[in-house]
Write a new protein. Structure first.
Length: 644
């Protein structure tokens, strides 16, 4: 194991003995000639920090409030229940219903994106905030429900419909005036997408018999999108939002006995659905509609500047638990979309459009995502990597292996990638290209199930509780003519998370402070100088550190020197980092603050009939807390309880 870790790590790390064992050191030394130092480059003398990031790092904390450095300010932009559509009622947690929620902001936000107004401008003070609503936590959403699986699995009809309305996305017009961000009241372009919004299905899988249902015999229109997690955008200004853990919404005996049982299993669909919506809405019951789950797990595209635009599920980009999907323009004008499949031992993918995008003719780009090639990544131990095409008829993707068409390859993307021997990774979350150096960064959040005999150079730790970040290097990276369409490249480890000197294998720049280490990298973005900003989800409880936002140089003497910029209230995870075009504001989504074990919403029981009332509150319970407000300027986050 030590040798495997050493293969892609730096000389300094090996010499410092962090890896332990003579075998690791000697193996590392053998490879020095070919291995460019990754996270570790020698820093200048101790006096001056080699980091180009000048903010004063905050201290790690685990409290009910959040924190930012001196001179920065946290502002709440929008919260769960705030009005999105005209006429939305004021939020009242005791009187929630589907109609109200469908006009209000949802929660558990992951993807946050800023689209300047007017379209095509670089306006940094007025724009559209596009935010997903990933999932619902009944125990944090409805007063009186306990934190247990039954509250989710046995909803009342009203509860199920309200939860469906709390899924999807919001687009909200916002403006910064006198230093404060605020939603524009009744913004003309505001919209809500929910689990019942009509969405078109396009690309090779559209219309396939396995995409057809009783309600949609064409296989070309589905109601809603589910569990949209992170996302991205396109060079032509559309939203890319990604369905992740869609499996939880479906259940029925067919999961074990149906004709598609094996396919369900590969996606984690089991007889007992996590969400009990299927008790009230038949299409979530596999025994009623066995094909309905095939219509989820896709990438969805829509135009945020047109609230009447019909979102489209782009099947050419594959069906899996997409964390996000972000683009990079290749030197020849074709566009690559990178995406992680967030599951232990699942894969990293990219889709490359068949044609270049057309900057001068928006109509020409409208269906660009329907034609192209999907690839899965294989990362070799020697630092080479290959992108393996998921093309029907090529290699093992044939009739003999149960793939009769490209549609079937896409519906069962995971099985196709397995057959191609793509590398099983430690839960790939955001995968995003750095617009300055052209390299592509993958957040591998953790994988405590990896056994010692399963480690490889790209996933070098068994029982990987803290995750790591790898860097994929396409041909031409750093030259200004990056080939994101290439089928080969190289890769490096950027950092290995956890507490340096405490958690085995943790690896950062030597200048990283006791507050600068991180755990469980989840989302990332880049500022205009190409520095990476990483948000985290779920340091193990023993770490006693809340989730946060960390920044590091990706080049130069400060490369890999992570610094803590923001820390969330305990129980929250931090998502969506997104800068305005001037880098003055970073938008964050603060998911489920206060969601510690056993917590629940202890507001007075609401009077609505039909909601299932929970058991009496257990001793020691607490309500969840909105984030505090820092002093100073310029950081925008938002939250109401589980809000953004
Ligand atoms: Fe929705 Fe991969 O987190
Ligand atoms: Ca995320």
């Amino acid at each position: 194991m030590g040798a495997l870790i050493a293969r892609r790590l730096s000389r300094r790390a090996a010499l410092r003995g962090l890896l332990g064992g003579a075998a690791a050191m000697s193996f590392a030394d053998q490879l020095l000639a070919s291995a460019r130092p990754a996270a570790a480059q020698p820093g200048p003398p101790a006096a001056a920090s080699p980091s180009s990031l000048s903010f004063k790092e905050i201290a790690h904390q685990m409290t009910e409030r959040d924190a930012v450095p001196e001179g920065y300010e946290v502002q709440t932009v929008i919260r769960w229940g705030d009005p999105v559509l005209p006429g939305a009622p004021a939020f009242d947690p005791r009187r929630q219903d589907a109609e109200a929620q469908a006009a209000q902001f949802g929660y558990n936000n992951d993807y946050v994106d800023f689209f300047p107004l007017p379209r095509g401008s670089r306006n940094a003070t007025h724009g559209l905030l596009a935010v997903n609503h990933e999932y619902t936590d009944p125990h944090l959403m409805f007063p009186g429900l306990p934190d247990d699986a039954a509250a989710r699995a046995q909803p009342s009809r009203e509860q199920a419909l309200t939860e469906m309305a709390a899924h999807g996305m919001s687009v909200v017009e916002i403006r910064r005036e006198n230093g404060r961000w605020r939603p524009v009241e009744d913004g003309r372009l505001n919209r809500r997408i929910t689990a019942t919004t009509p969405i078109r299905i396009s690309g090779p899988a559209a219309g396939h018999p396995r995409m057809r249902t009783g309600a949609d015999p064409t296989g070309r229109e589905v109601l809603g999108m589910l569990n949209n997690c992170a996302g991205g955008n396109t060079p032509w200004g559309t939203v890319i939002t990604c369905e992740e853990n869609f499996n939880q919404y479906f259940g029925g005996a067919a999961a074990e006995t149906g004709a598609q049982a094996a396919a369900y299993k590969r996606y984690g669909i089991v007889a007992q659905a996590g969400y009990g919506w299927g008790q009230h809405v038949g299409r979530f019951n596999l025994d009623v509609e066995p094909n309905e789950p095939n219509r989820f797990g896709w990438v969805v595209e829509y135009d945020p500047y047109d609230p009447a635009s019909v979102p489209v599920k782009r099947t050419a980009l594959g069906r899996f638990k997409h964390e996000g999907c972000t683009h990079a323009i290749s030197a020849d004008g074709r566009v690559a979309f990178y995406s992680g499949d967030d599951e232990r031992f699942d894969h990293i993918y990219k889709f490359v459009t068949a044609r270049p995008w057309n900057p001068s003719d928006p109509a020409a780009n409208r269906d660009l995502l329907d034609e192209g090639t999907l690839y899965a990544a294989r990362l070799h131990d020697d630092g080479r990597m290959e992108w393996l095409p998921l093309v029907h008829g090529q290699g093992p993707l044939t009739e003999a292996n149960g793939f009769a068409s490209q549609a079937e390859v896409l519906i069962e993307t995971r099985r196709a990638a397995d057959l191609l021997k793509a590398t099983p990774m430690d839960r790939p979350e955001d995968v995003q290209a750095n617009p300055v150096n052209g390299r592509v960064y993958a957040m591998l959040t953790n994988n405590t199930r990896r056994k010692p005999e399963q480690v490889d150079a790209a996933n070098p730790r068994p029982t990987n509780a803290h995750g790591h970040v790898i860097e994929m290097i396409p041909p031409g990276a750093g030259t200004g003519r990056v080939d994101h369409a290439a089928t080969e490249g190289r890769w490096e480890i950027f950092l290995i998370a956890g507490r340096p000197g405490v958690d085995a294998g943790a690896e950062y720049h030597q200048g990283t402070s006791a507050d600068g280490w991180l755990s469980c990298p989840d989302n990332c973005t880049f500022d205009s100088k190409g520095r990476i900003w990483i948000s985290t989800d779920g340091a193990p409880g023993t770490s006693k550190v809340a989730d946060g936002l960390y920044a590091a140089d990706t080049d130069g003497p400060g490369r890999g020197l992570t610094k803590l910029f923001y820390q969330a209230p305990s129980g929250a995870k931090v998502c969506g980092p997104c800068f305005t075009p001037d880098d003055e504001t970073v938008f964050l989504a603060i998911q489920h603050p206060g969601d510690d074990k056993g917590s629940h919403f202890d507001a007075p029981l609401h009077p609505l009939a039909g909601f299932r009332r929970g058991d009496a509150a257990p001793p020691g319970h607490h309500r969840h807390h909105p984030p505090g407000r820092g002093g100073g300027r310029r950081l925008s986050g938002a939250a109401r309880g589980t809000g953004a």
